[in-house]
Write a protein that binds this ligand. Structure first.
Ligand code: RDL
Ligand code: RDL
Length: 156
């Protein structure tokens, strides 16, 4: 039984988990999806830990939203370190989808970034869970981006 954890926040201004779950359901229909919503990004690592260790999830997708201020960016850094430690300790992937509110000033553009990033990273997670460590090798060096158009390779 494949179990995928999805952690999101009430701080986020876009319901990114909705789009991520659609992608997981479509591409990994046999998986059980466990969703866990917390107030903000600093609450994400423990939620991810509970899903990986207590619930036995194979991998977790986290969806965070970072405000525009310096204090918000420090909060992100703290979360990121926590999630990296969790991955090292459990040997399981935590795919971190984060949108920084200052990535775009136009709300529609920010919304599109959030949806695109959530969907593309959900697919990355599905690939890693389903096919393992060489699943993404076919895209190595391709300059893929989530939330934006791909940068592409410097030389073909
Ligand atoms: O544990 C309760 C809160 O401390 C926690 O939810 C924080 O992540 C909330 N938070 C901040 O305190 C902050 O300064 C958040 C941000 N910035 C942020 O940018 N994004 C968040 N939470 O999701
Ligand atoms: O877990 C999924 C992603 O969070 C993770 O793959 C990140 O490393 C992706 N990423 C960023 O989110 C970012 O802001 C990368 C960069 N910058 C970067 O400069 N180089 C990367 N990834 O390889």
């Amino acid at each position: 039984m494949i179990k995928i954890g999805v952690v999101d926040t009430t701080f986020s201004r876009v319901d990114m988990a909705k789009y991520a779950i659609e992608v997981i359901e479509e591409n990994l229909p046999e998986a059980e999806i466990i969703r866990y919503t917390v107030p903000g990004i600093k609450d994400i690592p423990v939620a991810a830990r509970k899903l990986l260790i207590d619930e036995g999830c194979n991998a977790v997708l986290t969806l965070g939203w970072v405000g525009p201020g310096q204090v918000d960016k420090y909060s992100y850094l703290a979360m990121s370190v926590g999630l990296i430690m969790l991955q090292i300790m459990t040997g399981k992937h935590v795919i971190d989808v984060t949108v920084h509110e200052d990535e775009a000033s136009d709300p529609d553009e920010l919304y599109n970034i959030a949806v695109d990033r959530a969907r593309k990273h959900a697919l990355n997670l599905v690939m890693l869970v389903k096919y393992g460590r060489e699943a993404l090798t076919q895209y190595a060096g391709k300059g893929l981006r989530q939330g934006r158009p791909d940068a592409g390779p410097i030389k073909e």
